[in-house]
Each structure stands twice: as C-alpha cells, then as structure tokens.
Write a protein that binds this ligand. Structure first.
Ligand SMILES: [Zn+2]
Length: 306
C-alpha cells in the first residue's frame, strides 16, 4: 500500500511568470493528510485567496492552464503541478505573491530539484486513486484522447504530436509515469513556441516573460536556442509533462492507459470533465497491488483463513 506524501519543509522558488512577465516568489509548504494541493495567492493590502488545485477551478486553457476564484486569476499552474504530481506529492500549500507561477527554465526540473532538496515525507494515511474500468474518449476532429483500463497499476501514457514544421514533425512518446521516470525522462523537457507567434501572443497579453532562458523557440530554420534541445523529442516529452500537471487537477492519481493524439491543455481539461462526469467508468481504490484491489472483502477473509 502506498501512503500520502507532503514536503518535509518549505521549498522556495523565485522567477518571472511566462505570460504576465511578473516577478513572483513561490513557497511550497507542508500540508496535512487529505488537504490536497492548494494555492494561496497573496494580494497587496488584502487577505490571501485560497484556490484549490482542482478541475472545478479551471478558468482558461489557452497556451497554459489558469485557475481562478472570484475575480482572481492564477496562470500557468501546470509545470509546478507536474513536478508535485510526478514526484507523488499529494498534499502541499503553494503560496504565491503574484498572479502566475514562476516559469523557471520552462520545464519542471527546477521544481523537482527544489522539492527533492526539501525532502518528501510519508503521511499516515493511504493514497486513493481513480482506476479506470471502462474506456473514456474525448475528441475534436483529429485531436483526441482515449483512456483505457489497464491491467497494471499506475498510469501508462502514449502521446503523439504532429506539427507541419521540420524542427518538430511527428513525435511519439510512451512511458509509465512513476517518480523515477518522471524525474529522468520528463521533468527537464521545456515549453516551446514558434518565433513567428510570439509577437501575436505578446499583443494578446501573453508570453511577456518568454525568453530563450525559459522556452524552446522554433524559427523557420529550426530551434533558435544556442544550446539546442535537451532531448531530440523534447516537444512531445513536454506535452506529457503538461498532461501530468493538468491531471493533478483531478485531485487524485489516475490509473489507466492514456493515448493522446495532438492534444493539449483544452483537451486535457475536457478529459477530466468527462472522467468526473462518468463515475460509472472508474472506481476509487486504495493504491495497492492490483490483485489485492480485486479481492472482495469475503475473499480477503478466506485468504486470511487459508
Ligand atoms: Zn507546458
């Protein structure tokens, strides 16, 4: 059986917001069992606002996932949530003094390093997970996500992207998401954007903090960053990072086999909506080996007797 986790002490991060360009400090603090992941956003001269990291609080999914409460908007939560969820942190308070999570280097690696440096601690209550028992599908033309039951515990991901650009093209990535694979294969993959889109995004109030220090920029001739890519298929790995971060908004780990084609934040949000609506297609189980999950109470009693 696996138990809930929190951070053993505060972890602090400072940087700028990718879209707002605002300077911001983030403090990740321990939280009690069943508290979940919860943002606490400070405002000058006013009480801080609490926003649970939950699907119900999603406001927009254009270029990033933004949460909200009342008139307060909190932008680009997904890379931090990916680091927390990827490492298996169930409970934490996420204090911010600005309206956007700092982008750091455009990946989840600085968060992973900071969280591991602070240390994680097991808490005295079992973790509950959402285990998919029947297929769930969301689609929009050739963009779709299918979530299938899996005989294995945990989340398997097959993610494909297809961009008509020589520097990206079609990329496919498969992995089982565990704290180890997340840290090694996914955490360092940076967000990316097309150089020709930046001016348009900035006039729409987006990407104000973007630079070659916090994003992969793709120009007509290829990748513009002097250091090149961190992985040949860094873009699709970043999509998996975004997916892990967005799925954290379910509030519990997801067990199943997820196959995504050309999806993104909007499709991730639609999938979560569908999961939370279709309660007949999954069950809430304690995180323990699958054979044990399948045994009924009477079978367990029998097993104890023999
Ligand atoms: Zn991202």
């Amino acid at each position: 059986m696996s138990y809930q986790n929190t951070v053993s002490k505060e972890a602090r991060f400072t940087g700028v917001g990718l879209h707002t360009g605002a300077s911001v400090t983030l403090s990740v603090r321990p939280a009690p069992v069943d508290a979940g992941l919860r943002f606490v956003v400070g405002r000058p001269g006013a009480e801080p606002v609490v926003i649970d990291a939950h699907h119900a609080n999603i406001q927009t999914t254009s270029y990033a996932t933004s949460l909200g409460s009342g008139d307060l908007r909190l932008h680009t939560v997904e890379h931090l949530l990916a680091a927390l969820s990827g490492l298996g942190v169930d409970n934490a308070e996420l204090w911010l003094d600005g309206p956007e999570v700092p982008v750091m280097d455009g990946s989840a690696r600085p968060f992973v390093e900071g969280l591991l440096q602070a240390g994680l601690v097991e808490q005295p209550k079992a973790r509950r997970v959402i285990r998919i028992t029947q297929p769930i599908r969301v689609a929009d033309g050739d963009k779709w996500i299918e979530l299938l039951p899996s005989v294995q515990p945990g989340l398997q991901v097959d993610y494909a992207i297809d961009f008509e650009h020589l520097a990206i093209g079609r990329q496919h990535f498969h992995m089982k998401v565990t704290p180890e694979t997340f840290e090694k294969e996914i955490a360092a993959a940076r967000t990316f954007g097309f150089a020709h889109e930046v001016a348009r995004m900035q006039s729409a109030g987006l990407a104000r903090g973007a630079s070659l220090d916090n994003a992969v920029a793709v120009g007509d001739e290829g990748v513009l960053n002097p250091g090149g890519l961190r992985f040949d298929d860094e873009m699709v790995r970043h999509k998996v990072l975004d997916l892990v971060g967005d799925l954290a908004l379910l509030g519990r780990p997801l067990w199943g086999h997820l196959i995504a084609n050309r999806a993104g934040h909007g499709m991730h949000a639609r999938l979560m909506e569908e999961i939370l609506l279709r309660t007949d297609r999954w069950e809430s189980v304690i995180d323990e080996p699958l054979e044990a999950v399948r045994l009924t109470a009477s079978q367990r009693a029998l097993q104890v007797c023999v």
